[in-house]
Design a protein around this ligand. Sequence first.
Ligand code: THU
Length: 129
Amino acid sequence: MDNRKLIDKALEAMNYAYAPYSKFKVGAALITDGVVYTGCNIENSSFGATICAERCAISKAVSEGHKNIQKIAIVSSSGNFTPPCGICRQVMEEFMADGTVVLSTGKEIKEYTVRELLPAGFSAEDMKG
Ligand code: THU
């Protein structure tokens, strides 16, 4: 799937964001095994319970059996590029270590590998004795 289509899915998902506290809406859309999953940020009055859009989409994919994600697109209501937070980068390391992250302002596009965004990341390999 091309970047534009994935970005449009992410923009659509952003409409479902539940962000009454930050007022900052985020949308994500990923492609895995030819299937698209979307996500939005879901905030909570106990702020630490907030789920980012990226982890929402990744959880939806993994919970339906897709553990090898190829690409994820991320957009936000700021209209600027929105890089994924550290926790989301770590979750990307788990399920899309060889994958691509597409950031978009809605118009412009920047593309990174997960490896670029999380160099020397921790993974299951590092737990081997
Ligand atoms: N947020 C995301 O959804 N993804 C990110 O990678 C950055 C942060 C959300 C979480 C929270 O609802 C709001 O943006 C402000 O941090």
